[in-house]
Structure formats: structure tokens, C-alpha cells
Design a protein around this ligand. Structure first.
Ligand SMILES: [Zn+2]
Length: 86
């Protein structure tokens, strides 16, 4: 848990559509993600957070699903704001 660099925002383990974030790189700009199909890619965190990238391409998502994921992410951010940040 304490292995994550402080600027990675604790992204590891988060779900973004079919992706599960594994580990942010040193710049915290990209993160290794494993897709639900098992593919592993480096994905830009911006693309994950904005809903632009939801899978390796194996799972086309509808606009509604993208919007739902965006809401989920937004809600998660609000919840995290309530927690003391260490
Ligand atoms: Zn995939």
C-alpha cells in the first residue's frame, strides 16, 4: 500500500470500465492497466479519468456506459474528499 508514490493518487486497484489500474509510472501520467480480457497496456491516466479509455478495445462501450462511468468516478472523488488524506 505504501509502495505507491504519493502523486499517483492511489490509482492502483481502481476500475475504469473494463480496465483495472495496476501501477502508475514514475510520472503518474500513465498507468499499467489490465483489461477484463487479460490484456495489459500502459494507459494515460487522463484517458481513464475522462472516460476516453474504457478497455483495450475488446469491449466497445455505449455512450450511456461511458457517462455512467464518469458519474461513478465523479462520485468516488467526492467520497474521497470526505476522507482525511493521511
Ligand atoms: Zn480487453
Amino acid at each position: 500500500m505504501s509502495l505507491a508514490p504519493p502523486d499517483s493518487n492511489g490509482i492502483e486497484g481502481r476500475r475504469y470500465g473494463a480496465w483495472v489500474a495496476l501501477r502508475a509510472d514514475a510520472t503518474a501520467k500513465r498507468v499499467s492497466c489490465v483489461c477484463a480480457c487479460g490484456a495489459v497496456r500502459q494507459v494515460a491516466i487522463d484517458a481513464l479519468e475522462s472516460g476516453m479509455s474504457r478497455s483495450c478495445g475488446c469491449t466497445p462501450l455505449s455512450r450511456a456506459e461511458v457517462d455512467a462511468t464518469r458519474r461513478e468516478i465523479a462520485q468516488r472523488r467526492r467520497l474521497e474528499d470526505w476522507r482525511p488524506q493521511r
